[in-house]
Each structure stands twice: as C-alpha cells, then as structure tokens.
Design a protein around this ligand. Sequence first.
Ligand SMILES: Cc1cc2nc3c(=O)[nH]c(=O)nc-3n(C[C@H](O)[C@H](O)[C@H](O)COP(=O)(O)O)c2cc1C
Length: 191
Amino acid sequence: MIQEIIVTTTNEDGSTHIAPMGIREESELIVIAPFKPSATLENIQRNKTAVINRIDDVRVFAGCLTGRKDWPLAPTEKIKEHRLEGALSHLELGLERFEDDELRPRFYCKQVIEVTHKPFQGFNRAQSAVLEAAILVSRLHMLTEEKIEQELEYLMIAIDKTAGENEIVAWGWLMERIKIFRQESNKEKIA
Ligand SMILES: Cc1cc2nc3c(=O)[nH]c(=O)nc-3n(C[C@H](O)[C@H](O)[C@H](O)COP(=O)(O)O)c2cc1C
C-alpha cells in the first residue's frame, strides 16, 4: 500500500524542505522514492534523516505543487529536523539503506519515534479529490486536454458535495495552475 504524506527534510542552508511523496512499508522499513532530480533526495543523502508528516490539510499538498511552501513548522523530538505543525502525526526517520537508480532511487528508513498530535477525523472525498488533482497537476505535460477535462469533471463531484474550506482553497490553487498551463499551451500552439 502506498500512503500519500508530506516529507520534511533540511536543506544545506538549514531551512526546511517540504514535498508530497508516496511512501510504503517494506520489512518494517519506510521506503521513500524521489524521482531525480530532487531536493528531498539530496537532503536525505546528506543528513541521513527525514520526517514523515501525516496531514489532512490538503492545502499543503496543493500548495507545494503551486509554489506555496511556507507552512508552519515545529521542531522534531529525537532527530535534528522539523515537522509540519498541522500534522495529525509524524514519524522521525533515520536512513538505514540507500538503493541508487538512474530514475528513482530508494531510501529505506528506520523509525526513530512516532508521535500523534490529533486523532484521524475520518475519510473525506474532497480531500481525496484534491490529492488526485494535485497528481494530475504534477503530470500536466504528459496528459491530453481531453484526459485532464474528463478527470476534473469527475473529481468536481466530490468537491461540490463534500468539500470544507481547506479543500475549496486547495482546489482553487490547482485549478488556477491548470488555467495557466492551458494558456501557455495555447500560446505555444499559436506561435
Ligand atoms: C500526492 C503526491 C505524491 C507524490 N509522490 C511523489 C513520489 O513518491 N516521488 C516523487 O519524486 N515525487 C512525488 N510527487 C511529486 C513531488 O512532490 C514534487 O515533484 C516535488 O517537487 C519533489 O521534488 P523535490 O524533492 O525536489 O521537492 C508527489 C506529488 C503528490 C501531489
């Protein structure tokens, strides 16, 4: 099973890098697999630590994909990193093993500590729709206009029926990004 979370790592200048990633568990280790090139990749290679943030505020996912990376942070407990202040829970990780690959290397990490901050609130369809739309936005250059339209039309149903304030804001940021992409593609077609 793959779980969509936010990885926080520390940049060379001491600032925190925030990136949505899909992680999985293998033989009690957490596997993080960033596509090259990636700041997350460089940071974990250098520091040998990372933080997994489980968060239901989907604005963070949509924000990272649309240039909004300034989210409130808090220091971690056992390792020298930062976590998202809004995380429902977080896992502090230490690097155990690295498997290099031309396209997508893998970090196998061991849990140092797991801390719960807030209870799980239950599934929300609009949150899932925002995640799907965020993935769509990360692949716009690989998809046809028909495919994008078709997917958005379906995802909109969950937004219309079940979204709260955060989901509406996150959805808006993603739609704005798609609009800009469409305008740029049209300009290229005309030129
Ligand atoms: C839900 C979701 C899951 C993602 N999972 C991954 C992943 O597993 N690996 C990856 O390289 N990028 C993934 N991405 C895209 C990255 O978040 C994005 O490309 C980011 O900029 C990674 O590069 P960075 O480490 O330089 O920030 C995902 C994006 C979303 C919205």
